[in-house]
Design a binder for this molecule. Structure first.
Ligand code: ADP
Ligand code: ZN
Ligand code: ZN
Length: 736
């Protein structure tokens, strides 16, 4: 038998792969790329993925270890999946093994068998429950089986039922898991659907001619213009061609309403992947998609990695949303990766948004993407009327101007709902002593503590540090300690007093901790009746609240003066998204924005001429300053409890890069990559660590990536900075 080694990717931060000897007696043909193996690495048992075999190795013979087990006979991942991994590892300069982890659900990463997800479907046993079923969910589940004795697991989980609920019906002896496939499709009531208006028809026609090959399309449609309806029609065509569709949505956009809308339309299994699932449910969704059982996959960011054998279309709803970018570990953009994936698979990708990111808009305007617009709201809904209300020198009641309160009053009297937006949770953002000016600050961050009332405590929103509310000022002993300013808790309390006749609901991370809680709240809001919703950006995105006719934006000002170059872009997107919740049905909507800067030119441009006009103006500014999308950016960040070391690492990195660039381009007058910094992050200390950054800008991507590759190699070799954590963020979203 001839000598060979197996090339294996391991989930460790090292930017390389590893050679192991095969199991005794096995030959090279038994090792195929995409199989999982178990190996020992640095005295740990790890599960790795085979990338290939080789007949030579640079590892000395006495260091070569045999692998311990081969976990799969047939590869879990296809060559095309591995090619995508290679792209990710190269583009993000990341460890190939850690990249591979993103393609596998947790249970498979731990070495479990695919068959752990064997509940493909469930069927009723023909028995009646011996005793009444407990819980409305279980009863609802049982009712489904009485209508239709066989159900696909993916369908049930997509409807919000959990494996635990299914198991307890199974324990009660009324249903059992079944492997028999295919299960006949469940005939659902076809929800009545709209005939497309002229703009929607045009959009559909333009995009559907792109099916069958790669093309990026921006569907720029104002809020409520019926983008989802266009997605549904496209998916219909894709399904008819025997293909699968992938739909990516922002983290908080995945509501039961969204899912129901897809299910009601198509008689095919829909798989869901989001953070609210447990590991087994994720494995099930993954497996059903990979095996082609599920024809539509709806998911958040990480669903973009799910293998799909018959992919025909990718849709990214609210493509501008920040949640598509992962902010730790592999800092990938699911949107950007979806484009690469679509390109390799030869399928179109639709980026939908009312407020496209400047990157996407730039690509659409330059003709790189197909650009399709929906400028009118669908059906009978009209665009909401937006109004800036100056609060300069105005008396405020509970933070609201008098005319705003009376507008609220009117809408509530008409039995409508009012949404009050403030991006600050808690009771008060500051706690201070009236006698000496002391302020409660976080011990671990350059930040103030927020006062919360339920239960009373001080909380750092940056590092999660919590403490009790001091009875007396730690500086002067005075008891005159007060919360200053207002957060969602306080506004809820005050509005309850001003409007005692209507419920005032608060929607933020403190009241809505679980996906279930959000779903319940969503159903409540949809049941109608006048109420006030006080919420953070959790309320802003993509939701369809038919009875909301008035939106009040309490503090648009904070975002206007951000030091992040994307600050204005993000503020404008948020304002439009929040405003877009108003008047989505027949009743007209109104939006009031309270501001101290009613003359702010960009804010006025946004209100008078809309997001697109503002975006054009922002693009001009970016071009002038050579900022993305007119240049490409990477950010090297360092953080450490040792301030000096964190800074020094970046100084060294800068010196190294300058030297390397000079050597590479001795005759160029201007370097192909510009370096800025190092400078401290806006919040220099967070969770006890000092944070610094160095910005890299380049006109051409290849120049940036060549430099990044040698930079990470150089930093990997610097062993003197043991106490510093550093990482390179390619195409960073947050730059402060
Ligand atoms: P978007 O995704 O652009 O915000 P939606 O697709 O959610 O918009 O549509 C907004 C509302 O308009 C929904 O209630 C939807 O049912 C309705 N709608 C969509 N298309 C039409 C149409 N052609 N005629 C009437 N109503 C429509
Ligand atoms: Zn004091
Ligand atoms: Zn803190």
């Amino acid at each position: 038998m001839s000598f060979f080694v197996v090339d294996i990717a391991l989930p460790v931060p090292l930017r390389r792969t590893f050679d192991y000897l095969p199991l005794p007696g096995e030959d090279a043909s038994q090792y195929q790329p995409g199989q999982r193996v178990r190996v020992e690495f640095a005295r740990q048992l790890l599960c790795g993925v085979v990338l290939g075999t080789r007949t030579t190795t640079e590892v000395p013979a006495n260091k070569l270890k045999p692998l311990l087990a081969r976990l799969d006979d047939t590869p879990l991942l296809q060559e095309s999946d591995l090619a995508l991994c290679r792209w990710l590892a190269d583009y993000y300069h990341h460890s190939p093994g850690e990249v591979l982890e993103h393609l596998l659900p947790t249970m498979l990463r731990r070495g479990c068998e695919l068959s752990e997800a064997d509940e493909r479907g469930w069927e009723s046993t023909g028995q009646e429950p011996a005793k009444p079923l407990r819980g409305s969910k279980q009863q609802a589940l049982w009712a489904l089986f009485q209508q239709q004795p066989q159900q696909l697991h993916a369908d049930l989980t997509a409807q919000g039922f959990t494996l635990a609920q299914l198991r307890s019906l199974s324990d009660a002896g009324v249903i059992r898991a079944t492997q028999r496939l295919p299960i006949p499709p469940v005939l659902q009531d076809r929800q009545q659907f709209h005939s497309l208006n002229a703009q929607q028809q045009q959009a559909l026609k333009a995009i559907s001619t792109e099916l069958g090959h790669f093309r990026a399309c921006l569907l720029e449609g104002v809020t409520g213009s019926g983008k989802t309806e266009v997605y549904l029609r496209l998916i219909e065509q894709v399904l008819a061609q025997g293909k699968q569709a992938l739909v990516l949505v922002p983290e908080i956009g995945l509501t039961p309403q969204t899912v129901r809308r897809f299910q009601a339309r198509f008689n095919v299994p829909v798989a869901l992947l989001h953070s609210g699932l447990n590991d087994r449910e994720r494995l099930q969704g993954w497996r059903q998609t990979r095996e082609g059982v599920a024809r539509i996959l709806i998911g958040t960011r990480s669903a973009v990695f799910t293998p799909m054998p018959e992919l025909g279309l990718i849709i990214i709803d609210e493509e501008h949303d920040g949640s598509f970018k992962q902010q730790d570990g592999l800092r990938y953009s699911a949107r950007d990766f979806a484009l690469v994936r679509a390109h390799k698979a030869g399928v179109p990708v639709v980026l939908g948004s009312a407020t496209p990111s400047l990157e996407t808009l730039h690509n659409a305007l330059s003709g790189k993407y197909l650009h399709v617009k929906l400028t009118l709201r669908a059906g009978n809904a009209k665009a909401p009327r937006m109004k800036l209300h100056s609060i300069l020198h105005q008396p405020l009641v509970a933070g609201f101007a008098e005319p705003v309160l009376s507008a609220m009053h009117q809408h509530l009297q008409n039995n409508k709902q009012v949404l009050v937006f403030i991006n600050r949770r808690g009771f008060a953002p500051l706690v201070a002593c009236r006698d000496c000016g002391w302020m409660a600050e976080c011990r671990r961050c350059d930040a103030r503590l927020t006062l919360h009332q339920l239960p009373p405590h001080l909380h750092c929103h940056h590092c999660d540090y919590q403490q009790g509310v001091p009875a007396a000022c730690p500086q002067c002993g005075s008891h005159q300690i007060d919360g200053l300013g207002q957060g969602t808790e306080k506004i809820q309390e005050q509005l309850t007093q001003i409007f005692p006749q209507v419920p005032v609901r608060r929607v933020d991370r403190d009241t809505v901790r679980t996906k279930q809680a959000f779903d319940d709240l969503y159903d409540d809001i949809h049941d109608g009746g006048s109420c006030i919703l006080v919420g953070t950006q959790m309320l802003a995105k993509g939701h369809h609240f038919p009875d909301v006719t008035l939106v009040v934006i309490l503090d648009a000002d904070a975002g206007l003066f951000s030091s992040d170059f994307r600050g204005m872009e993000h503020s404008a997107q948020l304002i439009c998204q929040v405003a877009g919740r108003a008047g989505r049905e027949e009743a007209p909507g109104e939006v009031w924005i309270q501001t101290l800067y009613a003359d702010h030119p960009l804010l006025n441009l946004l209100l008078d001429s809309g997001y697109h006009a503002l975006a054009l103006s922002l693009l001009q500014e970016r071009q002038h300053q050579q900022l993305p999308p007119y240049s490409h950016m990477a950010l090297l960040r360092s953080e450490s409890e040792d301030r000096h070391q964190a800074q020094q690492l970046l100084h060294d990195a800068r010196a190294f890069m300058q030297h390397w660039l000079q050597q590479q381009h001795p005759h160029l007058r201007q370097s192909p990559v510009n370096l800025l910094g190092p400078f401290p992050a806006i919040m220099e200390r967070r969770a006890g660590r000092f944070r610094f950054q160095l910005q890299l800008f380049a006109d051409e991507r290849p120049a940036l990536h060549r430099l990044a590759a040698v930079l990470v190699q150089y930093l990997d070799d610097q062993k003197q900075y043991r106490k510093v954590r550093w990482y390179l963020d390619i195409d960073p979203l947050d730059t402060i």
